[in-house]
Write a protein that binds this ligand. Sequence first.
Ligand SMILES: C[S@@+](CC[C@H](N)C(=O)[O-])C[C@H]1O[C@@H](n2cnc3c(N)ncnc32)[C@H](O)[C@@H]1O
Length: 330
Amino acid sequence: MINFPLPRLDRDDKLRNYLLKFCRLKNGEVWQDPKRKHKVGCFNAEDSVSIKNLMGRNKAALAVHDPPYNMVAFQKTKAEDFARWCSSWIKNTEEILSEDSSLYVWLGADQKNHLEPFAEFILMMRNTGFNSRSFITMRNQRGYGTQMNWMSIRQELLYYTKGKPVFNIESVYTDIPKVLKGYYKEIKGIKTENLERSKSVNIRAGNVWIDVQQVFHLLIENVNGCFAQKPLKAIERIINVSSCPNDRVVDFFAHAGTTLIACERLKRKCLTVDIDPIYCEIAIRRLENLRESGNTGWQNSNPFAEEILESRSIKNYLKKNYNIIYKRNY
Ligand SMILES: C[S@@+](CC[C@H](N)C(=O)[O-])C[C@H]1O[C@@H](n2cnc3c(N)ncnc32)[C@H](O)[C@@H]1O
């Protein structure tokens, strides 16, 4: 079995420098997909001019953003500063979304520190043109905590809208069958049971998602080197419910390119951005890999495995610092 792990790329400058050589975008550049016209831009989400250029004349129906909470893990930045930073890319988002559109933001809430920066973020959002619609909780399998507290397994997801966007109700169902009988209601003089009235034999996801598997190394969609990858199933649910085929979907924090992959599979056009050329490259390669192999990720391998196998210095570095051995398995 192939086993080419890659450590977290954001924490190792030397490894980053090795891999930067293989990245096609430099800061300020945009990759245009020749096939379905997706775009990947390498710049800061606060850079309103680059965002406008990326969009051109057309607006987007949906934004799905997953910023680094308090700039990677908690307490690296003051919560107020984080909220101020968020307000600048939220303003950019407001400008490029159509009159009737949706915005989803993944967020964190540090239970050891007054649930920062959740409160600061939602208060900041009051001063924007967005209306709050829902606070979704996705259940993570892994969590953090001690024996002396409730383990934190919640992933917060905020849903906002502008105008009256689509909400495709037929896409809100899980794969979990309904088993609960009852909830009788009279419709046109006839007593009906819950299941008879329902649009699906499965239960709705509602605003507590318990049916999404967190990404880990045994899943095909896993992208080694990425540390904050969201499950494809969750992003696809958002896109199915809050956009239509051929709509434009934006994501200012591409990372492993999950929104790009979801857009490709669901026939939307993705315009995504990451400040880091390495994550831009990973997102592009993940799309190319999907088209070539049908796989949504690399499972135990990674987007740079071929280059690493060819480079003695990177192999030596990985062996010495991480005890990772790259060897072809002929
Ligand atoms: C939490 S990850 C996004 C994960 C993504 N949803 C996925 O499923 O892979 C955040 C990403 O934002 C990028 N980032 C951080 N600051 C940024 C900024 N100012 N502008 C654009 N991207 C930024 C980081 O490089 C990182 O890749």
